[in-house]
Ligand binder design. Structure first.
Ligand SMILES: [Zn+2]
Length: 194
């Protein structure tokens, strides 16, 4: 199946935001090609008989490019009914401001405002002016994942990047953040009770 990619990425790419594998398609072609597709799929096209080590070496040599495109590629979004969206928005409005307030307090940081959005491709963001925004889609995930996203965006109030210092700050306040972040790479649990 998917050859492992996680070792292809050197520091500082050891955070939550990196691909863990790629899909290999061999065909009658002469060159190697890499594509990062919507849904965050890394697709590698290779000649039929090219040895696996050569493919892996090629992928490693393109790790920076892959990572950059992967982080920008949209996740596979879920379609919610209007009723489900209304319920998720309600949850977001009720739960995210107090959570952000508490986490920002713990870190000694301040934000200017919180907005709930319908963003399909990212769960949260933090502007240079200190405004936080969160997608209502986040609320379909377990609280462990929600807390991670809020901490992630609050930490951007101090580091507006994904540097090692940024992840160190997160790890100090949430030692198990990598496990939590992985929850977001999966489809959310179905909203049967909404
Ligand atoms: Zn971020």
């Amino acid at each position: 199946m998917a050859p492992a990619l996680k070792d292809a990425f050197p520091l500082p790419f050891t955070g939550d935001d990196r691909p863990t594998g790629y899909r290999l398609v061999r065909s009658d072609r002469k060159t190697l090609a890499i594509q990062v597709r919507a849904g965050q799929e890394v697709l590698v096209r290779a000649p039929k008989r090219l040895p696996q080590e050569e493919i892996d070496a090629f992928v490693r040599s393109k790790a920076g490019w892959i990572l950059q495109h992967w982080q920008r590629a949209p996740r596979q979004p879920v379609d919610y009914s209007p009723q489900q969206e209304a319920r998720l928005r309600q949850l977001a409005k009720a739960q995210l401001p107090p959570l952000a307030e508490r986490i920002a307090g713990d870190l000694g940081l301040r934000y200017t405002r919180i907005t709930i959005t319908g963003a399909r491709t990212r769960f949260g963001s933090c502007s240079a002016k200190g405004a936080l925004s969160f997608s209502f889609r986040l609320m379909a995930y377990p609280m462990d994942a929600i807390e991670y996203v809020v901490l992630h965006e609050v930490a951007h109030l101090k580091h507006l990047n994904h540097s090692p210092a940024f992840y160190q700050l997160i790890a100090r306040h949430m030692p198990d953040y990598q496990r939590r972040a992985l929850l977001l790479k999966q489809a959310p649990p179905p909203l049967t009770d909404l």
